[in-house]
Design a protein around this ligand. Sequence first.
Ligand code: MN
Ligand code: MN
Length: 455
Amino acid sequence: MYRKNAWKQYDASTEKEVMKFAEGYKEFLSSSKTERLAVKEAVKRLEAHGFKSVEGLKKVAPGDKIYFLNRNKNVCAFVLGKEKVSDGLRILGAHIDSPRMDLKEHPFFEKNEFAMADTHYYGGIKKYQWVTIPLALHGVVCLKDGTTVDINIGDDDKDPVVGISDLLIHLSADQLVKPASKVIEGEALDLTIGNKPLKGEEKNAVKANVLKLLKKKYGVEEEDFISAEIEVVPAGKARDYGLDRSMVAGYGHDDRVCAYTSLMALLDIENPQYTSCCILVDKEEIGSVGATGAQSNFFENAVAKLLELSGESHPLWSARLTFEKSKMLSSDVSAGFDPLFPSVSDPNNAAYFSYGLVFNKYTGSRGKSGSNDANPEYYAWIRKVMDENNVCWQNAELGKVDQGGGGTIAYILGNYSMDVIDAGLAVFNMHAPMEIVSKADLYEAYKGYKAFLLG
Ligand code: MN
Ligand code: MN
């Protein structure tokens, strides 16, 4: 099933299944606009499938399903295998953070009688793509009394939206001769959030009015936004794309599409040979750093705890030895070959829509720098597992040599001396407010991830 168009392989009933699977994904994507919301949706599905939180557990046995939660922004779940945990894991790892803008700590100001909110973008974005589109605000404000207030504005049909303005074409003579990187600059990504003054207020009355509304609805003061995490994301739901409904348009396919398909694969697993795992991490788009990113010790500690709960030895070195015997798919998206921009891809080594799960042996840039270049011995095993399970799959590089590049979490787990390869879906418009994936690829990724866990 290497390099075959998946749609051509489907009979009517499979095609129905493919379309149905995409409905579940659209729901997940529409409700998972931030890493916190993605974790919340993941935990909801894990618990519905019998997974229990590790908190309070005294021991685990083969067949058990458990999950570890890290600060509501990172989760890993396991189905205990027939073999010992220390015989190695089968790991699917995806990231659930996506490029966006974050409110600054002191975001609110007033300018020419507009209330504005200042942002700092997160991850790699083409800034000009984020203006003149409806934007929503999702996140939390954490108060000094220890409580957390959820903020959610712009994704309910009755909600207002916010946005960033751009210059009208009529007066853009100077702007249009600038390079694309300068057309909209980072410090100019200011949200318009109001235009009505508070009656009786002399100074900054428009800002005062917006703050009063926030106080009324959420009980928060301006200063509380110092300890907040408010993400500015495209408003609206994921939709079918194309007159034939063969694709999905939405915000955050990178990498929630791999997170969802990996999670769904794990949810289907019962009594596997080797302990199966799905880990969803934060912060990939800014280097996988910090307590909730892939470089955090959280995962290593979770596996040490798992060894302890299953009655095996539990010092950290045994978690590391377990990693040495583990296999992983770094589930992350790849650049789809776009007929409008063929010049950036090598056609023999590009990812094509609807040709199934994409394996990237390596990513990186300037001579594979920073990439986990997977071992061919491992890749051969992967090919066998995919072919034995009739999974449509393909190989790709992230664009032509020296055209650019990118990275994933693969090398981080690879550093544990683990076999890791990147495997995900082809995406159009990566990091834009509206990204596109193929429904056939969505289904093949899910199939491929499941085959891997059982392989
Ligand atoms: Mn990614
Ligand atoms: Mn990315």
